[in-house]
Write a protein that binds this ligand. Structure first.
Ligand code: OOG
Ligand code: MG
Length: 252
């Protein structure tokens, strides 16, 4: 595919100018390897502007999200320091196109993951977990995209908020609640591949295949347990039983 750089630029411009763009699939034939190459180029552009990759995220790890978006394959994207919002902090909604929030489980890597070692024990490399909110903001018109589109668009990554860290442990079967404006969604962490810890294994497999490095200190978002809801002015709050609470205020 010759158009990798041009398509990365198109998505980057959509993000920086907050003007959505039609599906790349409308006028390009893109396979999944091309899509990850476009994502890598997009992230490289952010790094060239001084941003630092501080984590990775999984997407579409729950049936609720697969059904909502019409895409049923697990995807991975990168998180940068510029996307991070402090717990209880504020963020201007004008910085996004059409943001939504999702309740997530976050894990923290204590060691680099050796992707070349098929027997590497990813769970042994995790030292902490936390409740989190992900802010997603597809650069595509009306949040409509194909599997390759959403991968190219860094899996709609736009922001993330981490609640208090606690020691890594069991996080399956926990009640999940998310509020934003007058919307409330409830679910269970078991919606995430049966157990959010499985997201770590899925992530390692994807990162090995797509050459996405996993480094000590990075945050991993396991994917939303419920459908996403619009991020509207006011407080969005997520609550995961036994993990705790996290919130962010969207400013009009
Ligand atoms: C794609 C990103 C999905 C998740 O947690 O499932 C995602 C999207 O829905 O725009 O982050
Ligand atoms: Mg997500």
């Amino acid at each position: 595919m010759m158009a990798i750089a041009a398509l990365a630029e198109r998505l980057d411009t959509a993000q920086t100018s907050r003007v959505d763009t039609p599906s790349l699939a409308d006028d390009h034939e893109i396979d999944i390897a091309d899509a990850y190459a476009i994502q890598a180029e997009l992230v490289a552009r952010r790094e060239a502007r001084g941003e630092r990759v501080v984590g990775v995220k999984l997407g579409l790890t729950s049936k609720a999200k697969m059904a909502q978006m019409g895409v049923s394959e697990v995807i991975a994207g990168r998180l940068t320091d510029a996307m991070r919002v402090a717990d209880g902090g504020e963020v201007s909604l004008a910085g996004f196109i059409h943001p939504k929030v999702e309740p997530e489980v976050a894990y923290r890597l204590a060691r680099d993951i050796d992707l070349a070692d098929p027997a590497f024990d990813v769970e042994a490399a995790v030292d902490a977990m936390a409740p989190a909110i992900e802010i997603i903001d597809s650069r595509y018109r009306d949040f409509r995209f194909t599997h390759t589109d959403v991968v190219a668009d860094n899996t709609s990554a736009a922001g993330f908020v981490l609640g208090p860290w606690r020691a890594f442990g069991e996080a399956a079967n926990r009640a999940v609640r998310l509020r934003s404006g007058d919307r409330e969604v409830i679910g269970s962490t078991s919606a995430i591949l049966g157990d959010p810890v499985r997201a770590l294994h899925a992530l390692v497999e994807l990162c090995r295949k797509r050459a996405i490095p996993l480094r000590a200190g990075q945050v991993v978002l396991a994917g939303a347990a419920t459908e996403a809801v619009p991020f509207v002015p006011g407080v969005a709050e997520a609550d995961i039983a036994g993990l705790g609470r996290v919130s962010v205020r969207g400013l009009a």
